[in-house]
Design a protein around this ligand. Sequence first.
Ligand SMILES: [Cu+2]
Length: 116
Amino acid sequence: MAPVGAPSAGPTAAPSGTIIPLVWDFQTSPSYPDQTAKVGDTVEFTWTGFHGVYRVPDGTCPASYSPNPPLMVEVAPETSGGAASFEFDAPGDYFFACQVPGHCDGGGMIVKYTVA
Ligand SMILES: [Cu+2]
């Protein structure tokens, strides 16, 4: 799981931004439409099939998935049903793909967030 929220600032600490839910599943259109978010927001992926979440460097489906921070990071391993969160801590473009073989290229499971 990716780090989420403020690091142990006390029981009253709350996320500074908005939680953005995203249903993470195969797309019938080529892929997800581009999304926007603000610094401090957290995208919350949820899925019911066999999927995972990987931060990838750009809008291209990688040929293979292996960690190479900060732009290649496993946000969540492949699991049958699950949830994962990622907080946007800086402006920029963020891309996430499903690392299950065929799900990015064949299933449209890649999404872009432009964070300002
Ligand atoms: Cu998948």
